[in-house]
Design a protein around this ligand. Structure first.
Ligand code: CO
Length: 451
């Protein structure tokens, strides 16, 4: 039994989960030195949606935010989240872009990179792992946790062994839907501990009301690191509260030994900021409500509310239950993909089509066709031949790594954005989100737009 380490998620997942990632650098910087004194093992501050939101809504350079945070954080490791070959966007990038992006993220201040793939297809993570290792950063490989007849304990243990063989420095159980039950977590962590000496971290969400119990059981089973968020940015669809866990473990051998005064100061700092977001409607009270339906339907909270608003928009709220029943069927047809971005949106869209057209797979979104063609990677279970035929006819599905289809593209992208990009970081912003980065650059340097 040893001290549990804490990854503080407020500055990435905390505000991403509760207020659509709207914290500005100006709101973050005044408290960052205090956060650095609290005794966290790491702070997740970058990646996920922070990058897109900075450019799209906050008129901020995400690289600049990272550098400013780094300049004020001396004791705590800075952590980011990246989705393998997709990096922070929604498509596969060529290997040279993946390499340049991760190099620059590490160069600008990231210590720990948490890398995952939505389908747990290791081939989509391989290049990232190689670069993170080469750059001397800590490579944390995450499993996208889901439940299905094929997502057994053996499945996860095998995946973790693959990560270990590839050079992972630690392993994360990433339960983005908040469905990992306390006793299942206990058993899973125990089993993982038997096959590897790598540090194990648990990331979950309070959506369904079990996350705090799950953390505690995982700690009892010997987990090394857990993800929490400071109280004003915790709970609901976010992580469990940092202070509550710190006080729960006080006096035990797991005590994370955080500075409780610092935690209070951080919480007091964020309270009025969160009040402001409640008043402006950015923080909607429904994200704070417990949604145990997630456990029944195996549908993440965010996906539930998206489906609800889609059905409202279609004037078909009476068919909402039918859609909820259709989601697991579509998921089974597609080889049980974890319901994480982008699979949650894709499976949801197909379920809505199947119900609204009164015939399954009469209408099929392009993304679903591409998925069945193998462009996203391999599902955990093979897709049945009849479903493949229904969706892509007799076209052959891809068996190679999807990114092997892509030529190196960094130089082309660089030439395309030209003088609007002032450095390679700008080129990478443009590579990630071209339609968002370009107007941002034009606003930043009005004179350069004339060239
Ligand atoms: Co999360």
């Amino acid at each position: 039994m040893a001290k549990v380490k804490i990854t503080e998620t407020s500055l990435r997942d905390g505000h991403q989960s509760l207020i659509a990632t709207r914290l500005t650098t100006e709101e973050i910087l005044p408290i960052i030195s205090e956060m650095d004194k609290a005794g966290f093992y790491s702070m997740e501050v970058w990646g996920g949606a922070t990058f897109d939101t900075s450019l799209r809504f906050l008129n901020e350079d995400p690289w600049e935010r990272l550098r400013k945070i780094r300049a004020n954080v001396k004791n705590t490791k800075l952590q980011m989240l990246t989705r393998g070959q997709n990096l922070l966007a929604y498509k596969n990038f060529s290997d040279d872009v993946v390499e340049m992006f991760l190099q620059k993220a590490i160069y600008n201040g990231i210590d720990i990179v948490r890398v995952f793939d939505a389908l747990n297809d290791f081939r989509n993570m391989r290049k990232s792992i190689e670069v993170i290792k080469k750059e001397g950063a800590h490579c944390q490989c995450a499993i996208s946790y889901t439940e299905s007849p094929v997502h057994t304990q053996e499945y996860y243990l095998k995946l973790i062994k693959t990560f270990e063989d590839a050079g992972a420095d630690s392993i994360c159980i990433k339960d983005m839907s908040g469905i990992l039950l306390p006793y299942d977590a206990f058993n899973l962590v125990k089993a993982i501990k038997e096959i590897t000496n790598l540090p194990i971290e648990l990331h979950n969400h309070c959506t369904s009301g079990i996350a705090q119990m799950t953390l505690l059981k995982a700690i009892e089973a010997g987990i090394d690191i857990v993800d929490t968020a400071i109280s004003p940015l915790s709970s609901g669809t976010s992580q469990p509260a940092t202070e509550s866990l710190a006080l729960t473990l006080k006096g035990t051998s797991w005590d994370p030994e955080l500075n409780i005064d610092s935690l209070s100061n951080i919480a007091e700092y964020f309270k009025p900021i969160m009040n402001k977001y409640i008043e402006s409607g950015v923080l909607q009270t429904k994200v704070l409500m417990t949604e145990p339906k997630t456990l029944l339907y195996q549908v993440p909270g965010g996906m539930l509310s998206n489906l609800l608003s889609q059905m409202k928009a279609l004037n078909a709220i009476d068919k909402f239950d039918k859609v909820l029943e259709e989601v697991p069927k579509v998921r089974e047809d597609l080889g049980y993909p974890p319901l994480v971005t982008p699979m949650s949106q894709m499976v949801g869209a197909q379920a809505v089509f199947n119900v609204m057209y009164g015939e399954r797979y009469k209408m099929i979104p392009t993304e679903i066709k591409n998925y069945v063609k193998g462009l996203y990677g391999a599902p955990a279970a093979p897709i049945k031949q009849e479903i493949i035929e229904k969706i892509i006819g007799d076209e052959a599905a891809l068996t190679i790594r999807p990114a092997d289809l892509l030529e190196n593209s960094f130089e082309t992208i660089k030439a395309e954005i030209g003088s609007l990009a002032r450095n390679d970081e700008d080129v990478l912003s443009y590579a990630m989100f071209p339609h968002v980065a370009k107007p941002y650059f034009e606003k930043r340097y009005p004179q350069a737009a004339n060239f």
